[in-house]
Design a protein around this ligand. Sequence first.
Ligand code: IMP
Length: 187
Amino acid sequence: MPTSTSKLPPASGMPVLISQQQIADRVAALGQDITTDYAGKSIVLIGVLKGAAIFLSDLARSIKVDATFDFVAVSSYGRARVSSGAVKLIKDIDDPIEGKHVILVEDILDTGLTMSYLRGLMLQHKPASLKIATCLDKPDRRLVPIEADYVAFKIPNHFVIGYGMDYAEVYRNIEDIRLFPEEAARN
Ligand code: IMP
């Protein structure tokens, strides 16, 4: 059911947590790390829709080994800010990953439920290796033990929007990462 977004505040009034430049610098550094770690190999980047789309497109261009893309989609928060805990696969990978070097690319590692579920699912396909890259990590919120191999930024427990991340599907195209106001989330 579509949600009315008419009452949502403009992103311009929200404090910037991580600037465009900071994002660009860290994503470039992660790309270099991945390039070094996978030298001489090719990789499959699997993005988790929709939040990771922008991070994946920037990260992919800073990686200098051969990389193909695939995407999965899982049930999301929708308008609620708290995960129901139930993760459902909405879209599976298009191509086989058996014997391939795979990096799952996520926007935020929060409770860890999504990544834990996806990691288990991907391992069933028997990739040669499986790592996780995330733009943001909120370690304080973790409900299941899972860590990313590549983390752009560790952040405190606060809801954020921008750089692919949404509230009620809005704000994904904001170029920096901003703190979403708690009071707006309660309305
Ligand atoms: P997890 O399963 O709790 O780790 O949730 C991961 C997903 O929750 C992320 O991929 C995001 O889609 C969403 N999420 C968690 N925290 C935030 C946030 O601060 N802003 C926007 N989306 C978030």
